[in-house]
Design a protein around this ligand. Structure first.
Ligand SMILES: *Cc1c(COP(=O)(O)O)cnc(C)c1O
Length: 234
């Protein structure tokens, strides 16, 4: 218990420090603070940690593992939270995702998007989606190839119960800000190209605890930050 208390106190100060660091990066990029949103990635941490972050003013939370996420969503029904699914999606999991999340960042094929749209309950607003892109140096094999982004974006944009918002990426770790910026710059160019081709998009989901300043320099509108807020995952 005493140990839990220490962790909960750290969440408040970590969140404040993270927000301050995000603001500094936004200012040094010459951008507006209101244009960059902080998604707190709570995977592996308990519902009580999410509740503590909510007390510190955090509303949007990201989860990677469906079963774990559903348990937290259920335990925290009393709070007005916004849940984002950011992990790999198996097709037999789409219904629960469509029914329980406001956003999905990790759509990388049409079949998954079609299922999410078909399974989104009619009484809910459209599910916000980002396409996960496999830019150079991507750590995982997930993600659509850059050359295929435009076609997938056009197909997803037509689905009735989805709202295409933009692009997401998870570049592999790189040591310095200059190296970190390269894949993020590629993402910015991809988003700009989509816009110039008439696809309505407004979101770049990129940047994690180790590289969010570089992502913000290149135009991130959502940074997904876990360990800097909740501590190291075991
Ligand atoms: C875990 C995870 C994050 C957060 O990573 P940290 O390094 O803990 O900030 C962000 N995005 C995705 C897709 C993740 O899986």
């Amino acid at each position: 218990m005493a140990n839990d208390r220490v962790i909960m106190t750290a969440i408040l100060s970590n969140l404040q420090a993270t927000r301050a660091a995000v603001s500094r990066a936004v200012e040094s990029a010459g951008r507006q603070v209101a244009d960059v949103h902080l998604l707190a990635v709570s995977k592996t941490f308990p519902a009580e940690a999410v509740r503590e972050a909510y007390r510190a003013g955090q509303i949007a939370f990201g989860e990677n593992y469906l079963q774990e996420a559903l348990e937290k969503i259920e335990a925290l029904r009393d709070l007005p939270l916004e849940w984002h699914f950011i992990g790999p999606i198996q097709s037999n999991k789409t219904r629960a995702i469509a029914e329980n999340f406001a956003w999905v960042h990790s759509v990388d094929r049409l079949k998954i998007a079609e299922r999410l749209s078909a399974q989104r309950p009619a009484h809910m607003p459209p599910l916000n989606v980002c396409l996960q892109v496999n830019v150079s140096g991507e750590a995982t094999k997930s993600g659509v190839a850059p050359a295929e982004v435009e076609q997938l974006a056009r197909e997803v944009a037509r689905l009735p119960h989805l709202k295409l918002r933009g692009l997401m990426s998870i570049p592999s770790p790189a040591p310095g800000e200059m190296q970190q910026r390269r894949p993020f710059a590629q993402m910015r160019e991809l988003l700009e190209r989509l816009k110039s081709q008439g696809v309505a998009v407004d979101t770049l989901s990129m940047g994690m605890s180790q590289d969010f300043p570089a992502a913000i320099q290149e135009g991130a509108t959502i940074v997904r930050i876990g360990s800097a807020i909740f501590g190291h995952r075991t």
